[in-house]
Design a protein around this ligand. Structure first.
Ligand SMILES: [Zn+2]
Length: 150
């Protein structure tokens, strides 16, 4: 049983922004950063991948720096990242686990394999993956054909 003790708070608008970015980058994986405080995400920023690929992402260091500076000027910090899987499930790959930069970060994964797109959150501590429950603050967009589901 996954532990549901961990929870992250984010607005559904921010989730939609993440998903739209991921859709826009297909067939390549998209990536970006989550800015906030503690377990609450205040806003999200897309980043470029150094070598755009359908199989992996390598976040552009210049983008990380710019986003980190923006977070700092707002009294916030980078609390996580997101990226997409265009053909597989919303679960961290072995590469994602090995490349995780910070075990306190929330790791959002968007699967574009099928509609509605799936959004899941994790924390990657060492080689173990913990499920994080997503609390979306203001409902979901589009009741008939939602872009994403949790
Ligand atoms: Zn991945």
């Amino acid at each position: 049983m996954p532990s549901l003790n961990l929870m992250v708070h984010i607005s559904s608008n921010d989730i939609s922004e993440i998903v739209r970015h991921c859709v826009g980058e297909t067939p390549n994986e998209a990536c970006g950063l989550l800015i906030g405080s503690g377990d609450t995400i205040h806003f999200v920023r897309s980043a470029r991948s150094q070598r755009p690929s359908p199989y992996e992402f390598t976040m552009e260091p210049k983008d990380i720096l710019t986003i980190d500076q923006e977070a700092e000027t707002k009294g916030l910090e980078i609390v996580g990242l997101y990226h997409s899987h265009t053909m597989t499930d919303a679960y961290p790959s072995q590469t994602d686990i090995a490349a995780c930069p910070d075990d306190r970060w929330f790791h959002f994964l968007v699967s574009l394999k099928a509609k509605p797109y799936k959004v899941r959150a994790y924390r990657i501590v060492g080689s173990s993956v913990e499920v994080v429950a997503i609390s979306a603050s203001d409902g979901r967009e589009g009741s008939f054909a939602p872009l994403w589901s949790l």
